[in-house]
Ligand binder design. Structure first.
Ligand code: AMP
Length: 238
């Protein structure tokens, strides 16, 4: 890992400062659904240029294509269950391999088997993980946030009726297209996803702690505060 987060100015950013490019840093962002992983990952992607690899987004892209695989994915994820470990990693491999300036993995790995599969794959292509950021948020707040979440079908921008409301309800500020709520963000699916998170994903926190890679961020504050915390952690790797 060679982080050179200095000097390339790209414009304004959510932290209010200037954007700086980093390189060659591979980060996993972990946290329960509604912890703000997606928003933080996007901000870090635009700040440092790390490739953003979101397993949930990649699976949803397959669903959008309307393929047979897409239909199988929809059947599983709309109920809040996990898609098979190997198949999910297969869909991510191309993006991982082509990332030139480090990557942010949002949503993978989600269980210990995925950790193993990911490690084997990274080793085979000469990459590894430098940092795992865990965003800590209680379930009650996650549920509150998810039920207010709206996404742009066109550009993928994420809004929240409480914390990041669009200027016009139901319309994307960035591209003017309609916003929608995800099928897997209905109450039953969210409860199922949180249960799976506690059973299968939370043990990864200890795993990465023992490897000395884990940093925990309090995710109960604003997206800006969470971003500032993440930036401090990343900058401390310089
Ligand atoms: P996310 O947007 O990360 O919350 O993911 C949405 C849904 O996609 C999850 O509830 C799972 O059904 C599926 N999914 C995302 N990442 C994975 C993964 N690593 N393994 C299996 N299924 C996944």
């Amino acid at each position: 890992m060679h982080l050179t987060c200095n000097q390339e100015i790209e414009g304004s950013n959510p932290s209010g400062g200037c954007l700086i490019r980093g390189d060659d840093m591979n980060i996993i962002i972990m946290g329960p659904q509604g912890s703000g992983k997606g928003v933080l990952s996007r901000h870090l992607n635009s700040k440092y240029g790390f490739a953003l690899i979101s397993s949930g987004d990649i699976l949803r892209e397959e669903i959008k294509k309307g393929t047979k695989l897409g239909k199988q994915i929809a059947d599983i994820i709309n109920k809040g269950n996990l898609f098979p470990d190997e198949l999910t990693l297969e869909l991510l491999k191309k993006k991982i391999r082509s990332s030139r300036q480090g990557f942010i993995l949002d949503g993978y790995p989600r269980n210990l088997n995925q950790v193993k599969l990911l490690e084997e794959h990274l080793e085979s292509i000469g990459k590894d993980i430098d940092l795992v950021i865990y965003i800590d948020v209680p379930d009650s707040l996650c549920i509150e946030r998810i039920s207010g979440r709206w996404i742009c079908r066109n550009c993928g921008a994420i809004y929240n009726t409480k914390t990041i409301p669009p200027k016009m309800p139901g319309i994307c500020d960035k591209c003017g297209k309609a916003l929608y709520q995800r099928a897997d963000e209905k109450k039953e699916a969210v409860e199922q996803r949180l249960q799976i998170f506690h059973e299968k994903t939370q043990p990864l926190k200890n795993y990465y702690k023992e490897k000395g890679l884990l940093k925990v961020i309090d995710g109960t504050g604003s997206p800006k505060e969470v971003l500032q915390n993440a930036i401090s952690i990343i900058e401390s790797f310089k």
